[in-house]
Design a protein around this ligand. Structure first.
Ligand code: FAD
Length: 1007
């Protein structure tokens, strides 16, 4: 856990004063209201290339491939979590133009006729991978770099890893609206206010008619070859032959102007007008032939386009020979742009521009002193931008560039800003908007509901379903009360209905929604979070809010503002299993667990998104957000422990009630569970979350919901269920309104008044109104539990709850008893806590084993109960006493391990030996590592990642093998190493594409 060192960069000397301005209740906004300050900073360089392509359109990919073939080093940054924004994002896959297969990429996508989403996306991935082009998904360009001569020298991009620089001699701007060229100062026409024509595609729906709306059915239907089994234990896919008709709508939208907010609203209008209960899929993006084209070096006035003859200067802004605009924003006649924007048409232009860009890059000297030029304004909003600037991974950085002191535009001011419209965030938006607060919900996806909708987890597993969640469940059913797709169970839902339900609730309450915009920082003044920094397709800006609700599920905003957090690292590689699901239209529940993913590591996310397309070949599509059960958790005013949950701790400030089993999807780490494993999945535990666990320590103006809340990792399985997080989100939305309305910090709202409201709607039981903290246990309770603990560890939860007092009581019981069996019970507990008193008993007990007992292999899906054996626990406990005398007994058992032995035995040995940290242990560990099959399980490149990912959706093989190798190498390294083998393996894993292995191995090497 570390506190991020952001706070010192905030504007010095400014004081915190609240003044009322234009918002409904109040606002923290001051200054000009138009701009906000960002201090000078250094931005790590992620790639140094000849050509950077911004945008993952088909033409962008073609350009990247061709530039690479021409010998250029190329990087491509796609905006969506896939390639093909122009055809997959807009769902414009249909074409009657057979010349489309004349290009290699066109043939790869359309050669077999109308492709599925997955086929198109995979063909694009393959094209880049085969051409050795580096690329990433979900990246937004935020700034441009210019060199000493004023020439464009690269770009800055934002993604879930933070912001990074790409040094480049040439930029191909494949964004639909030419955003890079705009940032570079190219001239564009004015975006005309008034009615504008857009296109939007939906699948499965009935044809709608409305003023300004006309639609046409595509002749060829969307073809589905599989359906979701809907059964988590069923690894197979059900074959199917299902067709859905797709409609392409032309929509006239009243546009105020060409700002991001207007485009975001246009997307909402398109969804308002076209949704119905039959919808099984919809486009992510609106399509438009931009009316405000760039002023190019040449203009193309003809209606037709000669793909081979058109002068490429049409695609270049004036006075910028190293920028190409590869989209409908180029200097084209409207008709010519219309033609070129037909699916696949622009690919040939992309190829030509790719080759040209490579040539231009070759002709240019290396950029001298690239910098992000500043534009300071003393009148700007006081404060500063907090953000992650560690690079994709610090070890991959290629230097850094300076970003000068500057200002960012203020994109809006709200009472409540919700970042992340997922399981908890969408209800937070509803809760705030329904109370009349000016509310904005921002998500980088194109739908609300997070894991429960886009994440393909369309039903509850356990969970407290009363209160607001009950309202949601019934409301979702009302989206199609008599519809044949309606699910019989109250706790199952149709994907499209739930995401639409939340959207309507927010919009009908007056809230605003921005899809396709990424939160990439916070605006902070004197430890008060005043807003979020948002990267949009139209550039980066700040959204000010009285209270920020961080519902990213990873505490993105809180951590950017400087909050400490806990996660994997040098001390721990424990993380719950994760996956990316397959997705066919109308699927609602595809639960997977086949890898580990750090969804705040864009390289790791890229890896799983590429691999999933390979793994689920034949399906119509894959999901758009990784299915991660465990994420970064910020450190709050209060951190919920395993034993708080296990003991049913009550609090005076409970804000949500949670109910589930300890569904751990992997091994646990808490000493309590190492002794007394969590119960089986059928057994529910109730847990309260106190409001303090949602408030990042040391920060005002911000509250965190969902998986990013402050809790120990092993406590989280009981807290993470959707019904409970929906209630939590709604409650936090209400809390934020109370803060804004009372013009006070959210930390100081009248919690009892809020609880009263939540009790009234059934989200909380009445008892919370009089609950007091029932921690710590009384002395006599501990004494009694220490006596009963010898009986199958009865009462261990009471003994360990208050660790310090429990340890003292255990020690005196250990020394006070003459009963050998009881002594061993106490010795095992004490050893697990790192107390050495019972070391002799532990060694004696280990000596009693001739061979290993039944161990545990890494299990993700369906993992309940123990993850170590009894003998494993004795070995870990003995190791934690740090007594070297334990070594011979451990070495003896190590000699009996074979490559087929259970993973938990290797892990137990490794934990014990690295804790004792004697060089004597190095050789035996080295021998284990030399056993056949133990070494060689890193995933250093995408080809290997694809090759070794088995097809099974709940596969565990790669994790069992890699974890064993990594954990043994760590122990060897910590015991002094042999021939540098431990270090070598750790170094290899520090370059692994899998984010958690990278975090762990590099953390161990640093420690
Ligand atoms: C595979 C799997 C199976 C599960 N099975 C069940 C089950 O059967 N039943 C059950 O009840 N629970 C289940 N869970 C648990 C539950 O679904 C999750 O714990 C819960 O949905 C998490 O809610 P959240 O609000 O914290 O995050 P999410 O629902 O993931 O919401 C986070 C939202 O924030 C957005 N976001 C993130 N970062 C940014 C950013 N920087 N800028 C803009 N937007 C951002 C995301 O797009 C997303 O919409 C499962 C979870 C997983 C992964």
């Amino acid at each position: 856990m570390k506190r991020r060192d952001f706070i010192k960069t905030t504007a010095a000397g400014s004081t915190f004063i609240l003044t009322s301005t234009g918002c409904t209740f109040c606002s923290t906004a001051r200054g000009t209201g138009k701009h906000a300050h960002q201090s000078g900073r250094k931005i790590p360089v992620a790639y140094d290339v000849d050509v950077v392509v911004i945008g993952g359109s088909t033409a962008g990919v073609a350009a990247a491939v061709e530039a690479s073939r021409a010998g250029a080093r190329v990087f491509l940054a796609a905006r969506e979590p896939y390639l093909g924004e122009d055809v997959c994002g807009t769902f414009r896959l249909w074409t009657n133009d057979r010349s489309i297969v004349d290009t290699e990429l066109g043939a790869a996508i359309w050669g077999d006729g109308l492709p599925s989403q997955l086929e198109a996306k995979k063909a694009l991935d393959d094209a880049l991978i085969n051409s050795k082009v580096s690329f990433l998904y979900s990246c937004f360009v935020t700034d441009i770099l210019s060199d000493e001569s004023g020439r464009m020298a690269g770009i800055i991009m934002a993604n879930r890893s933070g912001r990074q620089a790409i040094l480049a001699r040439t930029v191909i701007d494949a964004t639909p609206r030419g955003i890079v060229a705009r940032m570079a100062g190219a001239k564009f026409g004015n975006y005309p206010a008034g009615k504008q024509a857009f296109k939007f595609t939906v699948v499965g729906n009935k044809m709608k008619s409305a003023p300004g709306l006309t639609g046409r059915f595509h002749e060829e239907p969307v073809q589905i070859n599989f359906t979701s089994a809907g059964n988590p234990s069923d690894g197979s896919f059900q074959k199917a032959n299902i067709q859905y008709k797709a409609i392409e709508y032309a929509i006239q939208v009243d546009m105020k102007d060409g700002t991001w907010a207007s485009f975001a609203e246009a997307e909402q209008v398109a969804r308002d007008l076209t949704w119905d209960a039959d919808q099984v899929e919809s486009a992510d993006l609106l399509f438009q032939n931009p009316p405000d084209k760039m002023v190019g070096q040449e203009k193309w006035d003809d209606a037709e386009v000669d793909l081979e003859g058109i002068n490429l200067k049409v695609f270049q802004p004036e006075k910028a020979d190293n920028i190409f605009v590869l989209s409908g924003s180029a200097s084209l006649s409207e008709k010519a742009a219309e033609t070129l924007l037909e699916p696949g048409k622009m690919i040939r232009i992309g190829e030509r521009i790719g080759a040209e860009a490579a040539m231009v890059a070759r002709s240019l000297p290396a950029a001298g002193g690239p910098v992000v030029r500043g534009n300071p304004d003393p009148g700007a909003e006081k404060g500063d931008v907090g953000e992650l600037l560690e690079g994709l991974r610090p070890t991959l950085n290629q230097g850094e560039v300076v970003s000068e002191d500057t200002t960012l535009p203020v994109l809006g001011k709200y009472d409540v800003v919700v970042l992340g419209g997922g399981t908890a965030g969408a209800p937070a938006g509803v809760g705030a908007a329904q109370k009349g607060a000016r509310t904005l919900v921002v998500d980088y996806m194109h739908g609300l509901g997070g894991m429960g909708t886009l994440g393909m987890i369309g039903k509850y597993f356990h969970g407290y379903r009363e209160g607001y969640t009950n309202v949601v469940d019934r409301g979702v059913k009302q989206m199609g009360p008599d519809h044949p797709r309606k699910k019989d169970h109250l706790d199952w839902w149709v994907f499209d209905w739930k995401t639409e339900y939340f959207r309507k609730e927010i919009r009908e309450s007056g809230g605003e929604i921005w899809f396709g915009a990424l939160g990439c920082g916070t605006f902070v003044e004197n430890n008060r979070v005043r807003g979020i920094v948002v990267a949009t397709p139209e550039g980066r800006g700040i959204v000010l809010g009285h209270t920020i609700i961080d519902s990213t599920g990873s505490a993105d905003a809180a951590i950017a503002a400087g909050a400490a957090y806990s996660y994997t690292g040098g001390n721990s590689v424990a993380i719950q299993g994760a996956g990316v699901p397959f997705k066919n239209p109308n699927d609602f529940y595809n639960n997977t667990d086949w890898t580990f993913i750090n969804d705040s590591d864009i390289l790791d996310v890229w890896r799983v998104m590429v691999v999933a397309k390979d793994k689920f070949e034949g399906q119509y599509d894959i999901g758009k957000i990784p299915q991660t059960r465990e994420r970064r958790r910020m450190v709050g005013d209060f951190t919920i422990s395993v034993l708080d949950v296990y003991n049913g701790r009550t609090y005076p400030d409970s804000i949500s009630l949670h109910k589930s089993s300890f569904d751990t999807h992997g091994f646990t780490e808490d000493p309590f569970f190492s002794l007394k494993p969590p119960e089986h999945g059928g057994i529910d535990v109730f847990a309260y979350v106190p409001f303090r666990a949602l408030l990042p320590k040391g920060l005002e103006g911000i509250v965190v919901t969902g998986l990013g809340a402050s809790a120990d990792r092993d406590a989280m399985p009981v807290i993470r269920m959707q019904p409970c997080l929906q209630n939590q989100g709604y409650a936090v939305g209400r809390a934020a309104v109370m803060a804004a309305r009372g013009d006070r910090e959210i930390r100081y709202i009248d919690i009892k008044a809020l609880q009263g409201e939540l009790v009234e709607i059934g989200s909380l039981p009445e008892t919370v109104l009089s609950d007091v903290d029932n921690f710590p246990p009384r002395d006599e309770e501990i004494r009694e539990a220490v006596n009963t603990v010898v009986n199958n560890l009865e009462g261990l939860e009471t003994v360990l709850w208050d660790r310090e007092r429990g340890t003292e009581a255990l020690k005196s019981a250990f020394h006070g008893t003459g009963n050998e069996e009881h002594k061993l019970v106490y010795a095992r507990i004490l050893g697990m806590l790192g107390v050495a008193d019972g070391w002799q008993e532990l060694i004696k007990a280990i000596k009693g084993y001739d061979n290993w007992d039944e161990g545990w292999n890494y299990t993700g899906m369906g993992q309940f109960g123990r993850s170590i054996s009894y003998l494993d626990s004795l070995i870990i406990a003995a190791g934690r006493t740090r007594k070297k005398e334990a070594l011979p007994s451990i070495f003896r058992l190590m000699g009996k391990l074979t490559p087929e032995s259970h993973f938990s035995h290797f892990r137990a040995v490794a934990i014990a030996l690295e804790t004792i940290a004697s060089h004597e242990a190095a050789e035996p560990l080295y021998k284990l590592i030399q056993m056949p099959g133990v070494r060689g399980h890193t995933m250093l490149d995408i080809e290997t990642a694809m090759e070794i990912a088995p097809k099974f959706k709940n596969d565990v093989t790669t994790r069992n093998k890699s974890l064993r190798e990594l954990i043994l190498a760590r122990a060897l390294y910590k015991c002094g190493d042999v021939d540098g083998v431990g270090r070598q393996i750790l170094t290899e894993y520090s370059r692994d594409l899998r984010g958690h292995y990278y975090r762990h191995s590099s953390g161990v090497l640093v420690d």
